[in-house]
Design a protein around this ligand. Structure first.
Ligand code: UD1
Length: 423
């Protein structure tokens, strides 16, 4: 129940990569309220339902200890336009009913863009007041507008008021686009907050045993060791929606697959494409056992072996112990940087240059030669460099402190658009 004097904040999640970024923010709000210093926060969690099933959503809520959403919009899958339109319409009703002083959006998925846009154009009263929009993970740019996420990042940033950035490039990109540095804060990375908070819990995951990735080092040696293996994820439309592009990547992985088992938790989009394109002969569908409703848990013995998408803790455990990670995900580039695990990014660019500067990540491109060469370099070289600034597990605490400070200094609700200018 909202009490006078409280600040009402809505946080939006929609798709898988949002959940681990929002969880620390919700924890930081709870910690702030427990301290009883300054105004308390009345918090509402809104789940748009962009990702909606057990493997893409529910298991993440369980693994990350996320509370049940206060509001569930149930938008589901659809074209970008249809999905975005549904969030726009449904989230407007939530804002008109709740009239929060701030809306927190995270990352770059369709739900992020849609909710920021609604909040930017809503008016609660005749004075035209609306909530302040805080974008977590602002300012990242791949400079590749063929990526739906790049459009989402640009539009979200240009309707937001407060910008929480994960790396220096984010700060610079926003300044270059005319956003006032006064509103940009290099707070660190809430996804890394989650990684650090759940790292030891992930050690208790049984996934290495379930995939047969533990082995005795030598005969007569009772001590168990973890086998060398690679971890693979692919889901970008540009990589998996075209048969030729997908096949090229699989060919780039052949040499690695000949030497090490590759574990491949397959995103639903990619699953559909493997079936459609008849690429099953390149990827072993694991002799499946069913565990907790998850298909594809069973012994991995070489080549590329698929599993269904994994939960947060199982995937983190696999990342921690992998010899190499090959991916087209944004977030995994950052998680491997934090873990010091060599990563090969199967894309032409990255919006997260700090992961390359830190020495863990190579952007390989999408040709088979590029992928093969990057894997060879990673298998020979030493990975791991410096940890990016403020990737220390405290990003969410900084965000909540800054939101409270902004509220105390100038109020969170806005009467007019904040004017923005470059320093
Ligand atoms: C979305 C995000 C992307 C993020 C990715 C992580 C956008 C533009 N894209 O892409 O940035 O990296 O999530 O997963 O927001 N599906 C299920 N179950 C679900 C959700 C989806 O089976 O719970 C299926 C859908 O039916 C669809 C496919 O997965 O066929 C793609 O889902 P969608 O949310 O449209 O986009 P993603 O490719 O997941």
């Amino acid at each position: 129940m909202f009490r006078p004097g409280q600040i009402k904040i809505v946080t939006v999640v929609g798709a898988r990569p949002n959940f681990m970024k929002a969880a620390p923010i919700i924890r930081a709000i709870r910690d702030h309220n427990e301290k009883q210093e300054g105004p308390s926060i009345h918090h509402l969690l809104v789940h748009t339902g962009q990702h909606y099933d057990e493997v893409m959503s529910d298991r993440f809520f369980a693994d990350l200890g996320l509370p049940k959403p206060d509001v569930y919009l149930g938008v589901g899958s659809g074209s970008h336009a249809a999905q975005t339109a549904q969030v726009l319409e449904k989230f407007e009703g939530v804002l008109l009913r709740e009239k929060p002083q701030a809306v927190i959006v995270v990352g770059d998925v369709n739900s992020t863009l849609a909710c920021a846009l609604v909040a930017a154009k809503i008016t609660f009263d005749s004075a035209g007041s609306r909530p302040m929009i805080a974008h977590v993970e602002a300012g990242l740019r791949s400079f590749d507008r063929s990526m739906p996420e790049e459009i989402n990042r640009i539009v979200t940033d240009h309707v937001s008021d407060l910008f929480f950035v994960t790396e220096e490039s984010g700060f610079q990109n926003l300044c270059n686009e005319g956003i006032s540095p006064d509103n940009i804060h290099l707070v660190g990375n809430t996804m890394i907050d989650s990684l650090l908070a759940f790292s030891s819990k992930a050690d208790a995951s049984a996934i290495l045993d379930e995939l047969g990735l533990r082995a005795n080092i030598e005969e007569n040696d009772a001590s168990e060791s973890i086998r060398r293996y690679a971890l693979l994820t692919l889901h970008r439309p540009s990589n998996v929606d075209d048969r030729g592009a997908f096949l090229e990547i699989l060919e780039g992985l052949e040499e690695l697959a000949a030497n090490y088992p590759i574990v491949f938790p397959v995103h639903p989009r990619t699953q559909q494409r493997i079936r459609e394109f008849g690429l099953g002969n390149h990827i072993k569908m694991n002799p499946t056992k069913m565990k907790n409703g998850v298909q594809g848990v069973g012994f991995v013995d070489g080549g590329i072996t698929s599993t269904s998408p994994l939960g947060y803790l199982d995937f983190l455990c696999l990342m921690k112990h992998a010899t190499i990670v090959v991916t087209d995900s944004g977030g995994i580039q950052e998680e491997t940087t934090c873990l010091g695990i060599p990563c090969v990014t199967v894309r032409e660019n990255t919006e997260r240059p700090v992961t390359v500067e830190s020495g863990t990540n190579i952007v390989a491109g999408t040709s088979k030669e590029g992928i093969r060469n990057a894997i060879r370099r990673q298998m020979q070289g030493k990975s791991g460099g410096g940890m990016p600034k403020n990737w220390d597990g405290q990003a969410a605490t900084r965000i909540i402190d800054l939101l409270i400070r902004t509220h105390v200094n100038r109020g969170l609700s806005l009467q007019t658009q904040v004017s923005k200018s470059c320093a």
